[in-house]
Design a protein around this ligand. Structure first.
Ligand code: DMJ
Length: 624
C-alpha cells in the first residue's frame, strides 16, 4: 500500500516513502507509526478547525438584515445602494466578531481564581433577584391556632332550625344560580343570567363570588359546593392579570375569604393563594408616606387613587382596613413585611393632628396631609374604626394601643356625630367641615354591632353604655327598614325637617342586598339574647326572599318605597359572604364560631384570635 503524498499546511513537502525504500525493517515500521501519528494529528487539527469555524462564524440571526436586503441577496439583483448596505452590515458583523473575540481573550487572561470569583458573584446576584420575585411556595409551618367552635351550631328549637334551613336554601339558590350563569366571573346578573363585574375588580375575572362565599358554604355544611369552589380556585385563580383592582376590596373579600377558608378547612391551597395575592398588593404601599394607593395594577404594580377622592387622597376606610388580614399573613408566613406595613400606617396616623379629635376620611399619600375634613362612620370611614377594635380583639386583647386608639376615636364620634332625633331615634350623622349632616347611611348601621362588640373592655364604667348605644342604633336601623313598603332599608336616610329614618332623594332609596343591619342584629343577639333581634332578622330575610329573589339568583332593588320595585340586576358577592352568613349565624347556637375565639373581618370572614402573648409577631420586638 502506498502512502499518498500529503501537502502539509505549511506547504513543506513530507517525503513519500515507497515500500522497500528502507533496508531497515524496524526503522520502516517506526516511520510508519510516526506517519500514522502525524496523520492523526493533522486529521484532528482539521476537525478542530471545522468545529471552530462552525462556532465562530457570525450568527446571522443576531444581525438583522432588512427583509429587502434578504430579498435582494437571494434574487441576486443587487443595486449599488444595497451593496453599500450589505458592506456596512458585513463591517458591523466583523466589528461585533472582533469585540466578542477581545472579550473572550480578556476573560481568558484572568486567573482561574478570579474567574471563579466572578462566576460565584454573578450566581449569587441572580439567586438574590429570583428570591425577591419568588413567592414562597412552601410556607413555613406554624402552629395552627386552636380552632374553637367549628361545628354544626344546631340551634335546638325546631322553629329556629326551620328558619335556619330557609336561609341555607337561599344560599343554595344564590350559589347555584351563580354556578350556572356566572361561574368564574366576579359577580352575577341574576336577571340577564350572565356574569358581572365592577371597577373594584378592574377588568379581572377572578371569581370574587366563589372566594367570598367559600366560608359561608363551609359553615352551612354545603360541602359539595365548597369542593366545587375549591377546585375552581386550584385550577383557575390566577393573580398575574393586567387588572387595576381596589386594594381594600381585594383585601377584605379575597385575602379575608381565602384566609377564613384556610382556617376553617385546613386546605393549604387557600393559604398559598392568599399569600400570592398579598404579594401583588404590596407595591401599592410604594408611596412617599407608606399610605397605600387605593388601586394597584396586579401585573405592573403601578398604583393610583380614585379620581373622585378629595385632593388625590387615599381613603381612611380603605388604608385603615388591612390590619387583620395583614397580621394573619405575617403570622402564617413569618414574613414581617405585612405587619410592618400596617403598623407603619398606624404610627403615621398617631402622629397626626385630628380636627376635633376626629379622623377625616381623606389622607394624601404623597404629602401625608388630610384632605377635606369630612368624617363618617359610614362609607369612607366605617371599617377603619371597626379594625381598631378588632385588632385588639384579634390579639387576644393584648394590642392595647389599638384599643386606646379605638376608645379615643369613638369618644370623639359620640361627642360630635351621634345625636337623638326629635322622635327619639339615636343616629350617627356625617361631619362635614365643622357641620353635622343629619343623615345616616345603611353602611353606618354596622356600628350598632361594633359598639356592642367593644362594650366589654371599654374604659371606665362604660360597658353598659356602649351596649345600650348598640341597641339604640339597631333600633334606628330597624326603623329605617320598617318605614318602607318592602321592609328593606334604603341606602341613606335623614333625620331632618320632620323626617325620621327615611330616604328623601330618589338615588338613596335603593337596597343592594347589604348586610350591615342584619350584622348588627346578630351581634346584639349574641350579647343580649333579646328575641326581637331574631324577629327583626327574620323580617329582613323574608323581605329579601320576597322582593329580591328572581329566577337567576337575588337582585338589589332600586326603590324600597315602591310596591312595584325595579331590579338593579346585580347579585353582590357580599350577599353570600355577609348577609346570608349573618342570618345563618343569627339562627344558630352561640357555639358556632364563638366571639371569644373568632373575629370577623369587615366582609364577615372569620379569623381566629391569635393567642400570642405580648405581641410576638415577626417584625415586632419580640419573637414568635
Ligand atoms: C362590604 O363589602 C363590607 O362590609 C365593607 O366594609 C363595606 N360594605 C360592604 C357591603 O355593604
Amino acid at each position: 500500500m502506498t502512502t499518498p503524498a500529503l501537502l502539509p499546511l505549511s506547504g513543506r513537502r513530507i517525503p513519500t516513502l515507497s515500500p522497500g525504500a528502507s533496508s531497515f525493517p524496524h526503522h520502516r515500521a517506526t516511520l510508519r507509526l510516526s506517519e500514522k501519528f502525524i496523520l492523526l494529528l493533522i486529521l484532528s487539527a482539521f476537525i478542530t478547525l471545522c468545529f471552530g469555524a462552525f462556532f465562530f462564524l457570525p450568527d446571522s440571526s443576531k444581525h438583522k438584515l432588512s427583509s429587502q436586503a434578504h430579498a435582494r441577496l437571494s434574487t441576486g439583483h443587487v443595486s449599488p445602494d444595497s451593496m453599500e448596505e450589505e458592506e456596512s452590515l458585513r463591517d458591523k458583523i466583523r466589528a461585533d466578531h472582533e469585540r466578542a473575540l477581545q472579550e473572550a481573550k480578556q476573560k481568558l487572561r484572568k486567573s482561574k481564581k478570579a474567574l471563579l470569583h466572578e462566576i460565584q458573584t454573578e450566581k449569587a446576584r441572580v439567586a438574590q433577584e429570583l428570591k425577591k420575585k419568588d413567592v414562597p411556595r412552601s410556607l413555613p409551618p406554624v402552629p395552627m391556632p386552636k380552632l374553637v367552635g367549628v361545628n354544626d351550631g344546631d340551634p335546638g328549637e325546631p322553629d329556629v332550625k326551620e328558619k335556619r334551613d330557609k336561609i341555607r336554601e337561599m344560599m343554595k339558590h344564590a350559589w347555584d344560580s351563580y354556578r350556572q350563569y356566572g361561574w368564574g366571573h366576579n359577580e352575577l346578573k341574576p336577571i340577564a343570567k350572565k356574569g358581572h363585574s365592577t371597577n373594584i375588580f378592574g377588568n379581572s375575572q377572578m371569581g370574587a363570588t366563589i372566594v367570598d362565599a367559600l366560608d359561608t358554604l363551609y359553615i352551612m355544611g354545603l360541602h359539595d359546593e365548597f369542593k366545587d369552589g375549591q377546585e375552581w380556585i386550584e385550577q383557575n385563580l390566577d393573580f398575574s392579570v393586567n387588572a387595576e383592582v381596589s386594594v381594600f376590596e381585594v383585601n377584605i373579600r379575597f385575602i379575608g375569604g381565602l384566609l377564613a377558608a384556610y382556617y376553617l378547612s385546613g386546605q393549604e391551597v387557600f393559604k398559598a393563594k392568599a399569600v400570592q395575592l398579598a404579594e401583588k398588593l404590596l407595591p401599592a404601599f410604594n408611596t412617599p408616606t407608606g399610605i397605600p394607593w387605593a388601586m394597584v395594577n396586579l401585573k405592573s404594580g403601578v398604583g393610583r387613587n380614585w379620581g373622585w377622592a378629595s385632593a388625590g387622597s387615599s381613603i381612611l376606610a380603605e388604608f385603615g382596613t388591612l390590619h387583620m388580614e395583614f397580621v394573619h399573613l405575617t403570622y402564617l408566613t413569618g414574613n414581617p413585611a405585612y405587619y410592618q406595613k400596617v403598623m407603619h400606617i398606624r404610627k403615621l396616623l398617631a402622629k397626626m393632628d385630628r380636627p376635633n379629635g376626629l379622623y377625616p376620611n381623606y389622607l394624601n399619600p404623597r404629602t401625608g396631609r388630610w384632605g377635606q375634613h369630612h368624617t363618617s362612620v359610614g362609607g369612607l370611614g366605617d371599617s377603619f374604626y371597626e379594625y381598631l377594635l378588632k385588632a385588639w380583639l384579634m390579639s387576644d386583647r393584648t394590642d392595647a394601643e389599638a384599643r386606646k386608639t379605638y376608645d379615643d376615636a369613638i369618644e370623639a364620634i359620640e361627642r360630635h356625630l351621634i345625636r337623638k332625633s326629635n322622635g327619639g331615634l339615636t343616629f350617627i350623622g356625617e361631619w362635614k367641615n365643622g357641620h353635622l349632616e343629619r343623615k345616616m347611611g345603611h353602611l353606618t348601621c354596622f356600628a350598632g354591632g361594633m359598639f356592642a362588640l367593644g362594650a366589654d373592655g371599654s374604659p371606665g364604667d362604660k360597658a353598659g353604655h356602649y351596649l345600650q348605644l348598640g341597641a339604640e342604633i339597631a333600633h334606628t336601623c330597624h326603623e329605617s327598614y320598617d318605614r318602607t313598603v318592602l321592609k328593606l332599608g334604603p341606602e341613606a336616610f335623614k333625620f331632618d325637617s320632620g323626617l325620621e329614618a327615611v330616604a328623601v332623594r330618589q338615588n338613596e332609596k335603593y337596597y343592594i342586598l347589604r348586610p350591615e343591619v342584619i350584622e348588627t342584629y346578630w351581634y346584639m343577639w349574641r350579647f343580649t339574647h333579646d328575641p326581637k333581634y331574631r324577629q327583626w332578622g327574620w323580617e329582613a330575610a323574608q323581605a329579601i326572599d320576597k322582593y329580591c329573589r328572581v329566577g337567576g339568583g337575588f337582585s338589589g332593588v332600586k326603590d324600597v318605597y315602591s310596591s312595584n320595585p325595579t331590579y338593579d340586576d346585580v347579585q353582590q358577592s357580599f350577599f353570600l359572604a355577609e348577609t346570608l352568613k349573618y342570618l345563618y349565624l343569627l339562627f344558630s347556637s352561640d357555639e358556632l364560631l364563638p366571639l371569644e375565639s373568632w373575629v370577623f373581618n369587615t366582609e364577615a370572614h372569620p379569623l381566629p384570635v391569635l393567642r400570642l402573648a405580648n405581641a410576638t409577631m415577626p417584625g415586632s420586638q419580640a419573637k414568635r
